[in-house]
Design a protein around this ligand. Structure first.
Ligand code: DX5
Ligand code: ZN
Length: 225
C-alpha cells in the first residue's frame, strides 16, 4: 500500500489556447499541484503547440509545479530556454535524442529536475542505464501527438517494471503516466504504481474541474488499498 497521494497533472494541451492564463488558474483552483506542459514541434510529433515564451509568461501567475514534456527533436537545443522559463521538471524523449546522458545532465546542472519519456513502442530496457540519473520517467500510454486518445493497456506493464526497478535499485524517480487517463482508467494507473497521472481532455472536458479532481483522487484512494 502506498501512503502518498497520486499527483493528477492536468495538461493544457486540451485548454483553450486563446486564454492560457485562465486555463492555468482553473488548474490551480481545481486543487491540482502539477501543470503538464506539452511542447510539440511538428517534427517529432505532427502537431505544433507552444514554446518557452508561453511557459515563461505563465510562470509568474502560478505556483503549480511546471512539468514540461518536450516532444521535439534535438531537445538539447531548447533546454536552456525552458530552464530560463522556470520549468520545475523538463522531460525529454529517449527517441528524440542521441546524447541522452548529456542532455539530461544539461537539465540537472541547472538545478531543474530531469525526466525521460518513452513512446509505446520503446521498452524500459532502452532507458535502463539512465534510471539512476533521472527524477521522473514518463510512460506514454498513447502515441504522442494528440489529446483524447485511448490508453494502450499493454504500456501499463512498463509502469510496473519501472516501479520494480526503482525498488530493487533504491532509485527515487517518479513514474508518470501520460495518455488516455480519465475516470475509467485512473484506478489501473494507480494500481500499476504510478506517482503522477497526466490528464488532458478528461480534465478540460469537465465543467466542474474541482469535482473531477475529487473524483479522480477518491478513485485513486480506493486503488491504494
Ligand atoms: C499527448 C500528450 C499528453 C496529452 C494527454 O501527446 O503528451 O500529455 O495531453 O491528453 P489526454 O489526457 O487527452 O490523453
Ligand atoms: Zn504529455
Amino acid at each position: 500500500m502506498k501512503s502518498q497521494r497520486i499527483e493528477i497533472a492536468p495538461s493544457i494541451l486540451s485548454a483553450d489556447f486563446s486564454n492560457m492564463r485562465a486555463a492555468v488558474a482553473e488548474v490551480e483552483e481545481s486543487g491540482a499541484r502539477f501543470l503538464h506542459l506539452d511542447v510539440m514541434d511538428g517534427v517529432f510529433v505532427p502537431q505544433i503547440t507552444f514554446g518557452p515564451k508561453l511557459v515563461k509568461d505563465l510562470r509568474p501567475h502560478s505556483d503549480l509545479v511546471f512539468d514540461a514534456h518536450l516532444m521535439v527533436v534535438e531537445p538539447e537545443r531548447h533546454i536552456p530556454a525552458f530552464v530560463d522559463a522556470g520549468c520545475d521538471y523538463i522531460t525529454i524523449h529517449q527517441e528524440s535524442c542521441i546524447h541522452l546522458n548529456r542532455a539530461l545532465n544539461m537539465i540537472r546542472d541547472k538545478g531543474v529536475k530531469c525526466g525521460i519519456s518513452i513512446v509505446p513502442s520503446t521498452p524500459v530496457s532502452a532507458i535502463r542505464p539512465l534510471l539512476d540519473l533521472v527524477d521522473l520517467v514518463l510512460v506514454m500510454t498513447v502515441n504522442p501527438g494528440y489529446g483524447g486518445q485511448r490508453l494502450i493497456q499493454s504500456c501499463m506493464d512498463k509502469v510496473v517494471e519501472l516501479c520494480e526497478i526503482r525498488q530493487s535499485e533504491d532509485y527515487s524517480y517518479l513514474v508518470s503516466v501520460d495518455g488516455g487517463v480519465n475516470l475509467d482508467t485512473i484506478q489501473d494507473v494507480v494500481a500499476a504504481g504510478a506517482d503522477v497521472a497526466v490528464t488532458g481532455s478528461a480534465f478540460f472536458g469537465e465543467v466542474d474541474k474541482a469535482l473531477f479532481m475529487e473524483r479522480m483522487l477518491a478513485l485513486a484512494e480506493e486503488s491504494f488499498h
